[in-house]
Design a protein around this ligand. Structure first.
Ligand SMILES: NC(=O)c1ccc[n+]([C@@H]2O[C@H](COP(=O)([O-])OP(=O)(O)OC[C@H]3O[C@@H](n4cnc5c(N)ncnc54)[C@H](OP(=O)(O)O)[C@@H]3O)[C@@H](O)[C@H]2O)c1
Length: 177
């Protein structure tokens, strides 16, 4: 299904990708809550050869630019430097940078974390959400509530637990109504 591109980023599709627990938990102590190779594969396949945009904390937790992708980090810290990434200081500056993109049909992915998802959820066209069938009461970082008056689930693929993936997963896609 073609996205409607309701976001301010008219020149491209702005998507969000995240894996969230039953209470929208996504992280603790600047790390992920789970080790799910099946979801990592889904993330790699979905974002490969595209642009990924992340907050400075998420970049710090990954520790390096993601290969085969254009990496953009958003920070308020003008002294922040790292190799292999582009840096922006606001959503407006991100917009300007993306406008200059050669491929105007590009899909760009906000890949986290909590602060950055919150900053962009109302601007995004599409959400790729892995629903992880587990609760982590000690999580300290959360995905915003998905307001179902604004979003429609357009895809759902369920994946049952196996010896390498401890929890049941649902790979869902939501598009703006
Ligand atoms: N489950 C998932 O799918 C998933 C995905 C990604 C991350 N995570 C988890 O999420 C957690 C990290 O999330 P987080 O919320 O702590 O941090 P974050 O969103 O990754 O990054 C926050 C940083 O972004 C910058 N920032 C925030 N607002 C900004 C603005 N308006 N303009 C410019 N820059 C801005 C600031 O950087 P400066 O401090 O440098 O100014 C801020 O410290 C970790 O636990 C990580 O593992 C989970």
């Amino acid at each position: 299904m073609q996205s409607k591109r309701l976001s301010p980023y008219k020149h491209m599709i702005l998507s969000i990708i995240s894996a969230i627990g039953k209470n929208n938990e996504i992280g603790r102590k600047n790390a992920l809550l789970w080790d799910l190779p099946r979801d990592m594969k889904h993330f790699r396949e979905t974002t490969r050869d595209h642009t990924v945009i992340m907050g400075q904390k998420t970049f710090e937790s990954i520790g390096r630019p993601l290969p085969n992708r254009r990496n953009i980090v958003i920070t308020l810290n003008k002294d922040f430097r790292a190799e292999g990434i582009e840096i922006v200081y606001s959503p407006e500056e991100l917009n300007e940078l993306l406008k200059k993109s050669e491929n105007q049909n590009e899909e760009a992915f906000i890949i986290g974390g909590g602060q950055i998802y919150k900053l962009f959820i109302d601007k995004a066209d599409k959400l790729y959400i892995t629903h992880v069938d587990v609760e982590f009461p000690d999580a300290d970082t959360f995905f915003p509530i998905i307001d179902m008056t604004k979003w429609k689930k357009t895809k759902s693929e369920k994946y049952l637990t196996d010896p390498f993936n401890k929890y049941n997963l649902e790979f869902a896609v939501y598009e703006k109504k």
